[in-house]
Design a protein around this ligand. Structure first.
Ligand SMILES: [Zn+2]
Length: 252
């Protein structure tokens, strides 16, 4: 993004966030959310498919941590790795108390993703400051939800960061086009919403598919970050690609 459009984007983002927090009524966690369509127990593991479908997050998280050394990418892929454990823990016995451990790593991922874009073209110190502020806001949104029961800040963190991507994807020249990430995010939300309907028509539930789409989105972020570093054209994850990436992608 050009400097001017970058500044307008950040200003618009802050204005939109403030307007949402002031104008939207408090949002409470719907307890029906915990009643997922597919509750089959397999090998003694309850909600088996919603638990094991988190495994791809583990793979993408480890790949990302092996490849990148930049702060935002490290936080992002640490978040992706922790989603595997947090989400599996939640789905073993879904409740608000456990959902905290699913949502905390998600905020790490969403906020560092936003931080990558907001910090585009800035110096290392400012990038780190933006990242730290966003990550603190993300964690605070989950703590706020548990303390007050109001989900607005968390909704803002999750949906707001994806909405913020739209103008960034339109105008950014250096960052590439993260449209597939947005498309996969929409697909994941769609699958989550139609959990039961999908399960009645397919062998897997919408929520299980949501995990897979979301993990694919995380994989695409990995792919996109490598491409936006201009290191590899048509990069595909291979052991050789990993070795070369590890030796070349070193950012503060
Ligand atoms: Zn889930």
């Amino acid at each position: 993004m050009k400097k001017m459009s970058h500044a307008v984007w950040i200003f618009g983002l802050l204005l939109g966030a403030a307007a949402f927090l002031i104008l939207a009524p408090p949002i409470v966690q719907d307890q029906a959310y915990h009643a997922f369509a597919d509750q089959r127990t397999v090998f003694g593991i309850p909600n088996f498919w919603n638990v094991v479908s988190n495994l791809p997050f583990c793979i993408v998280g480890i790949l990302g941590l092996r490849i990148f050394r930049g702060s935002a990418e490290r936080v992002l892929f640490t978040g992706v790795l922790l989603i595997c454990f947090g989400s599996a823990y939640y789905h073993l016995a879904p409740s608000d108390a456990r959902l905290v451990w699913d949502r905390l790593p998600m905020t790490l991922t969403f906020m560092s993703f936003l931080g990558l874009i907001a910090g585009e073209g800035l110096g290392a110190q400012r990038r780190r400051r933006i990242l730290a502020s966003l990550v603190i806001c993300g964690i605070a949104s989950v703590v706020w939800w548990r303390a007050t029961g109001d989900l607005r800040p968390y909704v803002l963190v999750q949906f707001g960061s994806m909405v913020a991507l739209v103008p960034a994807a339109c105008f950014s020249k250096r960052m590439g086009k993260p449209w597939p990430v947005l498309a996969l995010y929409v697909l994941a939300k769609f699958a989550e919403h139609y959990d039961r309907a999908i399960y009645s028509a397919m062998p897997v539930s919408g929520h299980t598919l949501k995990h897979l789409f979301a993990a694919l989105a995380a994989y695409w972020i990995l792919h996109w970050r490598i491409a936006s570093e201009d290191l590899h054209q048509n990069f595909f994850i291979t052991s050789e690609g990993l070795r070369r990436s590890k030796s070349r992608i070193v950012r503060p």
